[in-house]
Every structure is written in structure tokens, then in C-alpha cells.
Design a protein around this ligand. Sequence first.
Ligand code: CTP
Length: 398
Amino acid sequence: MLKGKKVVVAVTGSIAAYKSALIVRQLIKSGAEVKVVMTASSHDFITPLTLSTLSKNPVYSEFTSSKESGTWNNHVELGLWADLVLVAPATANSLSKMASGESDNFLMAVYLSAKCPVYIAPAMDLDMYKHPSTKENIEKLVSFGNIIIYPGSGELASGLEGEGRLAEPEEIIEFITQDLRAKQPLFGKKILVTAGPTHEALDPVRYLGNGSTGKMGFSLAKKASELGAEVTLISGPVSLATPNPSIERINVISAHEMFEAVTAQYEHQHIVIMAAAVADYTPASFSQSKMKKKDGELSIELKRTQDILAHLGQHKKNQILVGFALETNNERENAQGKLERKNLDFIVLNSLNDEGAGFAGESNKVSILSKNNKSIDFELKSKEDVSVDILNYLIQHY
Ligand code: CTP
């Protein structure tokens, strides 16, 4: 959730400011880009040098960086740069200034300029935290759309015990991650994606397979998870790493194993995307020992595998079913036929006649066909971008 996000960490003058070093470090570890702004009084608790080293960026506290040369720090630019602002720790004094819009320091000017979500993690002594004016300021800040990361309870710097302790850095990062996830369009949706080829064994060392790399399915799983979905990825034999740890991955080899794995998960899913290149045929018999070559031709008897997608279509309740069709001729007609036969909501067609399309390479060129002969054609794109198109289509239409 935080990867690539631009985060302004605003540090105010509380003893808890030392925790901002850990917050910055964890944000950087999560892949965020961080810029720190500090109030002058926070310098008493942690040095700008520490935070600038950890954030890999200069730290800003003043409106001017060099009075002699007349260089100024642009608070508006910084506020607009941010995808999110985190004020941690936020003292009673800073909460009051934010609530009243008092802009007498650089940090406040950045806060007032920001158009993005602002998370505020208060930290103060328990009586200050309990004071009606603090409560009122927090309520006001919530009513402005700010998000409060409430303090924890425990021993405070004053030696007193109670509420007011800055939430722990890991709790703050977890809170923001969950909050961002909950705002994603696919949050609360369970998506099952299949990917890769299947291998149909002839004997202990040989199989029938196809050239699917699994990239299309894996990038769909990755993007769906980034859009907030709970993703299960059922993959045939591929050499790809699971895109992120929140994706549940189930490895299978054969079409039959894929059938078993998919049907076991089906009932609990909201959306199923069958991107796997499932074998339509499997050897009629499996030789327990390695088949020895003989003179003359060899014929192998094949039997049909079960059509997983057609089975899902027959047993569909409220699930949205998405299929893929790889065609070489009569593309649209064939894909439309599959859409209807398998009772799908939409089908993603890629034609082997289009250069750069198909299951082997890095790119794909697809059309989405839905019921009543509706279709949208997309340009040739990377498989990641094709995934975004498919998921956006799903979000917009379903
Ligand atoms: N599919 C499946 N089970 C199979 C074969 C295919 O679930 N045994 C799924 C694929 O994952 C894909 C869709 O069905 O989403 C279309 O697959 P494709 O092989 O192109 O179509 P078929 O129906 O098998 O028709 P044909 O091979 O004749 O083109």
C-alpha cells in the first residue's frame, strides 16, 4: 500500500519525537518516498540530521533555507507533493494550531497546503489529552476530514500512567496501511486468479504442456491485491515469485489438480479470473516407468480434461466469471461463443495474429467482450497495464 507513496512526516515538539526516526525508517522500508518537516521545538528531541539521513531527503523547518541568498522553502509545493501527510507526534499545541488554522511555522503552512489525506498521531500527558479543549480540537480535526491515530495507554514521560502515549511506530504504519487498503475499490472482494500452463504427465519424466509463462495471471493477482482485494492465486508450474505476501498462492501441476483447487475455493469467491492456459487433453493413461523408444511411430491416446470454467459457469451463484480466449482465427466469433457457452460475465480475447500478443511475451493486446456483443479494444501494452485495464473494466461495470 505504501510502495511509491510520497509521504510528508511532520514532527512536532514532544518527547515522543524520538519515535519519528522509527516511523521514517519503516516508511522507507515499505517503499515510500519520505520528506520530513519539523517544528523548531522538535529539534530539542531529535536532530534534523537523523531524520534527513533516514529519509534520504533534506529536512525542512523554516520558510527560508538561507537568509543570505534569499532561498525559501516552498510549503505549498511540499503540501501538494504529498500523497499523504503524517503528523507524528502531534502535540496539544500543534493540534490546537491545526484546528484553528494558525500558520505561524513552516509545518503548519505545509499542513494547510496539503490536499491529500492527513493522519494525525497525538502524543501528550494524560491530563492534557483529557482536557476538553484538546478533545474539542481533535473533534474539529476529524470533522475537517483528518484521520486520527489515537494514542495508547501506558507509562508517560511525566511518570504518570494513562492515555496520551504516541501509538507505536509499527501500529502507526499498520493503521495507515489498513486505512489505505480499506479505501481501495476492490477492498472486501475475494478474487481467485488462475495462471500459467498445466502439465499433463505421460510418464515420470515427460509431460504435455504449453508455453504459458503465467505473467498475465500473476500481474492480475498483483494489481488486484494492490487494489485492495483478497487474492488467491492458483498457479500451474511457472518460475515466477508470488508478487506480494498478502496473496495466497496454491501451486498445481495438472488440469485435474487445478480443477480440484479452483472448485474447492469457488463458493467463497466474489470474482474468478481464469487466466491459466489449461490443457484440454491429458494422456489417457500414465506409464509408471519411463517409456522406452521403439522403432516406428508412436501414437498417444488422449482424453478430455474437465473444462474448469464451464463447470464454474454451470454452478455460478453470484460470482463474476472472467475467461480468457487465445485465438488464431474467427477470433471474435469464437470468443463470443465461449462467453455464452461457459456462462461468463466477460471474456478477454487475445489474438495470436496480433504482434506482441499472447501468453509467451511481456506484452499483450486484448479486447474485452461482454454479453450482447459489446466489446472494447485496447492497444498493445505491458501485461501489468493490461491487468489494470481488465480490473478497471471490472470495477466500472460490475
Ligand atoms: N479453460 C478451463 N478449463 C479447460 C480449458 C480452458 O477453465 N480445461 C479456460 C481457460 O482458462 C480460459 C478459457 O477457458 O479462461 C478459454 O480457454 P481456451 O482453451 O481458449 O478455450 P476452450 O474452451 O478450451 O476452446 P478451444 O481450445 O477449442 O479454443
